[in-house]
Design a protein around this ligand. Structure first.
Ligand SMILES: NC(=O)c1ccc[n+]([C@@H]2O[C@H](COP(=O)([O-])OP(=O)(O)OC[C@H]3O[C@@H](n4cnc5c(N)ncnc54)[C@H](O)[C@@H]3O)[C@@H](O)[C@H]2O)c1
Length: 483
């Protein structure tokens, strides 16, 4: 568990970094905590997007509609993806980006050249999971801020590598957890901060999304073959073959951590995790490709349903569930319960004392929603819906981190959140593979959680954002289906 930490603590990597041609800004301050970290305002934000796939292409389209944000560089292993990225930028009327095409035998070459260039301030990482940490660590070592799709890192070593690199380079490392900006999640956060639910005691979040067909979509010749051939190289299916537990924890977990002020007033103490057996992917493969197909004979380590339960230092519990294969409706649960009431989503329901034995009636819920609508939603909800991305929350996320950078504000979620929300990728597997044994959760803040302030009710000032020069349009990437 400590190998990469030792590497980072040593000076060897500084020498290695110094060898990178043209890679400036290696002002390694070893500068301490990133909690509350701010930079001088950066009015024009130049973004390099690495991995212009389904998610990345969509991001290019959204980012090009944020005032003051310019996608100046695109990197991918597949040239057709760069062309689609160009089309996404062109819709906004903003200038074309430089291409960094990389080859399959040199997968690290493209993003390295992009990070070393002086074209970008932020490296926006929408690659498959195995490239999240290598590309974003490299970006920070090249003096760039980085934003990473979720999960940000795939094991505890990688969590520490992100934390220690951000601290050493004093660069932002932003987890792209769009679900923190969903309308129900923002409503819940506002209810919590207003004290309506009382003292928080328990939360539940999940990623329940039947991706069985999506996982196999890259199969050429199958009925799931799409023009874009599914995910690149069936990368997600390959993770399911080797990793049990919860490889995709953050959509349900991140918002609950924000409600409870995890890393900011409270911290995760320990976790236990249990997985069901795997059945659905094998059954799906047999039915779709035949019982003798390689897909049907493959072993999938990922149990169909994984359930993890955390206890925090302040005595709260959080349940996090993962199921990407059983046929059932999409659900992130989004449940937060306190001493005065409860909010739960899918569909959105609230129950409050003194009538907490029953969910609120429709009219009462409507009035509560109107009263506690999050100010960020009030300000930018209409614009976000126009651009879209999971109903607007993706645009809200991009608008907010860019706004923070442009105005020298701390990020809503930082590198410690990136590590904490993602660390279940290793912890769930370790616990589930060992009869649900209890595992201590690393404190990536090294005690900083005791004094850090919880995320407040943040907003943007539209007067500081010039939407006048932006052509707003619905962003759908090249693929209409949302993942
Ligand atoms: N937040 C969300 O709602 C959400 C939704 C979907 C996906 N995601 C995340 O987005 C990321 C990408 O997922 P996706 O569905 O777009 O996958 P994808 O396979 O469609 O896209 C990945 C892209 O990365 C490219 N790529 C592969 N290796 C590369 C390399 N070495 N250098 C540069 N580019 C490389 C591929 O060619 C492809 O274009 C994942 O981390 C996933 O978890 C998040």
């Amino acid at each position: 568990m400590n190998s990469r930490r030792d590497f980072l603590k040593g000076t060897a990597w500084m020498g290695a970094v110094a060898m990178f041609g043209g890679c400036e800004a290696l002002k390694l301050t070893n500068g301490g905590t990133m909690q509350g970290f701010v930079c001088a305002p950066l009015k024009k934000v130049r973004v390099g997007v690495v991995g212009v796939g389904r998610r990345g292409c969509w991001a290019v389209e959204r980012l090009s509609q944020v005032p003051g944000v310019y996608v100046t560089a695109l990197c991918d292993i597949d040239e057709s993806r760069l062309v689609d990225g160009d089309k996404a930028i062109a819709k906004s009327g903003k200038p074309a980006a430089k291409h960094f095409l990389t080859s399959p035998d040199k997968p690290h070459d493209g993003y390295r050249r992009l990070c070393e260039s002086d074209l970008v301030d932020v490296v926006y990482n929408t690659t498959p999971w195995q490239y999240h940490v290598p590309a974003s660590v490299y970006a920070m070592k090249c003096g760039k801020h980085t934003a990473i799709e979720v999960p940000c890192c795939m094991n505890i070593d990688e969590c520490w590598e992100l934390v220690e690199t951000a601290e050493a380079t004093q660069r932002h490392c932003i987890p792209l957890e769009n679900c923190c900006y969903g309308d129900s999640e923002l409503l819940a956060l506002n209810l919590v901060r207003s004290g309506v639910l009382g003292e928080l005691i328990h939360g539940e979040g999940a990623y329940i999304h039947d991706l069985a067909a999506e996982n196999f979509a890259a199969y050429k010749g199958s009925k799931f073959f799409t023009e874009y051939n599914g995910t690149w190289d069936r990368w997600r299916l390959k993770w399911n073959q080797k990793l049990n537990g919860n490889p995709y924890p953050t959509h349900g977990f991140g918002p609950i951590c924000q409600y409870m002020g995890i890393n900011r007033g409270d911290a995760l103490d320990y976790v236990v995790s249990v997985s069901s057996r795997e059945a659905r992917l094998t059954e799906f493969a047999k039915e779709t490709f035949g019982p003798d197909s390689p897909e049907a004979k493959e072993t999938y380590a990922l149990g169909d349903v994984n359930t993890s339960v955390f206890r925090t230092f302040r005595g709260r519990t959080i349940m996090v569930q993962h199921d990407v294969s059983l046929p059932r409706p999409y659900n992130r649960i989004n449940l937060i319960a306190g001493t005065k009431g409860i909010l739960r989503d899918y569909p959105l329901r609230v129950a409050l004392l003194p009538h907490a034995h029953e969910w609120m009636k429709e009219e009462e819920l409507k009035a509560l929603k109107a009263k506690y609508e999050h100010p960020l939603y009030k300000t930018a909800g209409e614009i976000a819906k126009k651009v879209g991305g999971h109903g607007g929350m993706d645009f809200m996320m991009d608008l907010r981190w860019a706004y923070c950078l442009q105005n020298g504000l701390p990020m809503d979620a930082d590198v410690y959140d990136a590590a904490t929300w993602s660390c279940l990728t290793e912890l769930a597997a370790e616990s589930a593979n060992n009869r649900g044994k209890s595992i201590n959760v690393p404190d990536f803040t090294r005690g900083g959680w005791k004094t850090a302030e919880p995320l407040g009710i943040v907003n943007v000032d539209l007067a500081k954002l010039d939407f006048g020069d932006v052509k707003l349009h619905g962003a759908e990437g090249q693929f209409k289906k949302e993942l």
